[in-house]
Ligand binder design. Structure first.
Ligand SMILES: [Zn+2]
Length: 400
């Protein structure tokens, strides 16, 4: 048993005096191989451990051809070293992973739902169950039975058995990597589950603390069941509380009314936006009529707190109302400036060319379609020059 890595002999070991026996780089990442290690390499659905070799951070751990490589923030030399584990990260993985064993066992044995996949995510874990359309009441029952097994504080332990011994045992999964030779590692939850697994686990179901099912969604003829275990349940509840407190303060409503109040506010906002759009349309129509009545052939107007969409709408209306007029329209909103150049269908002016000249004079850029060209202006300082140039183009075009 002594050739087993330290993380397998004792998954609670947080520090180990060992030796760097090999160094190298892989894809530009420096790595070290240790005589023995407390850091679990990614595998079996469990992410890699993190930690430190001396003062140098270990950012990833992977198995490569039977050797465990510790990928380092900077290179280290061969020699004695103290390895320290990022224990918070590891214990979280142990809670989620052991939680998954228990959840899978209860779902299969008490509910007849076999697990087909497991994913330990950064925030949420999930298992895929080979069963469709799970009744919410039965999912609640599943969560309850799992809680009972957690409270029962059932011992969790690992052992190595030979292939012959394995054949004689009742084991949930016998999935072994292709080409597997020698002993098989079994992980057992006393009285509940026996499974082949190489991962790290807590020593009692009590250390899972709790499992909360989050959501069940159909997928590929089965169901993906999202859950969190242990510290993640408390962290998630804490985040929910903080978010609720902020929403209560913002919306001025108690927790149970937050969703209804938010929906009502959104409805009011949509109605206000519809009203504002209607008013802007009326405003554009009135301004277009006033500009159409002007004696000038090239008219001009500037608007505060209006955007390019308003200018575009106004320019189109003006084109419809007064096909013999051209216009330079500008607007400012917050720190931004906009412009639109329009020329009615009766004017032989190349609107795109005129628009590009105006854009250049205003230090901006834009584009257009039909008889309107609009865009953002860098500044409106050169507005008089832009208007003068537009007048030249229209009058020149008119004479030509
Ligand atoms: Zn496991």
């Amino acid at each position: 048993m002594s050739d087993l890595p330290a993380y397998e002999r004792d998954p609670y070991l947080k520090e180990l005096a060992t030796e760097i026996v090999e160094t190298g780089t892989e894809g530009g990442r420096p790595f070290a191989v240790l005589a023995d290690t407390i850091m679990y390499p990614e595998g079996g659905g469990q992410p890699a451990d993190h930690g430190w070799l001396g003062e140098v951070a270990v950012v990833d751990v992977q198995r490569r051809g039977g050797v465990t490589r510790h990928y380092l923030q900077r290179p280290l030399a061969v020699g004695p070293v103290t390895a320290r584990l990022d224990w918070a990260r590891r214990f979280d993985h142990m809670q989620q992973h052991t939680g998954q064993h228990l959840l899978t066992a209860v779902a299969a044995d008490r509910f007849g739902w076999p697990t087909t996949a497991f994913h330990l995510g950064e925030e949420v874990c999930d298992i895929e169950l080979g069963a469709a359309a799970l009744d919410p009441a039965r999912l609640e029952a599943l969560e309850e039975v799992v809680a009972v097994e957690i409270r029962a504080a059932r011992p969790v332990f690992a052992q190595r058995v030979t292939a012959d011994e394995l054949a004689a045992l009742e084991v949930r999964t016998r999935g072994l990597p292709a080409g597997h030779e020698g002993d098989v590692r079994l992980v057992e939850i006393a009285g509940v589950d026996r499974n082949t697994c190489g991962g790290t686990h807590v020593r009692s179901t009590a250390e899972i603390e709790t499992i909360k099912l989050l959501a069940a969604e159909p997928m590929r003829g089965g169901t993906r069941l999202a859950f969190v275990a242990g510290g993640r349940v408390r962290a998630r509840l804490g985040a929910h509380e903080a978010r609720n407190a902020r929403l209560r303060a913002t919306l001025g409503a108690p927790d149970e009314e937050l969703a209804a109040v938010a929906e009502a506010k959104l409805g009011q906002l949509q109605a206000a936006e519809r009203r504002a759009r209607g008013l802007e349309e009326e405003l554009a129509e009135a301004i277009a009529a006033a500009l159409a009545a002007s004696p000038e052939r090239v008219v001009s107007a500037h608007f505060e707190s209006k955007n390019v969409a308003f200018l575009q709408a106004l320019a189109r209306r003006l084109g419809e109302t007064a096909p013999g007029k051209a216009a330079l329209l500008t607007a400012s909103e917050d720190d931004r400036a906009f412009f639109a150049v329009a020329a009615g269908a009766e004017l032989p002016v190349d609107v795109a060319a005129a628009g590009r000249e105006v854009a250049a004079l205003l230090g901006g850029r834009g584009g257009g379609a039909g008889r309107v060209f609009q865009g953002k202006a860098g500044s409106l300082e050169a507005r008089p020059a832009a208007l003068a140039r537009l007048r030249e183009l229209v009058d020149g075009g008119g004479r030509g």
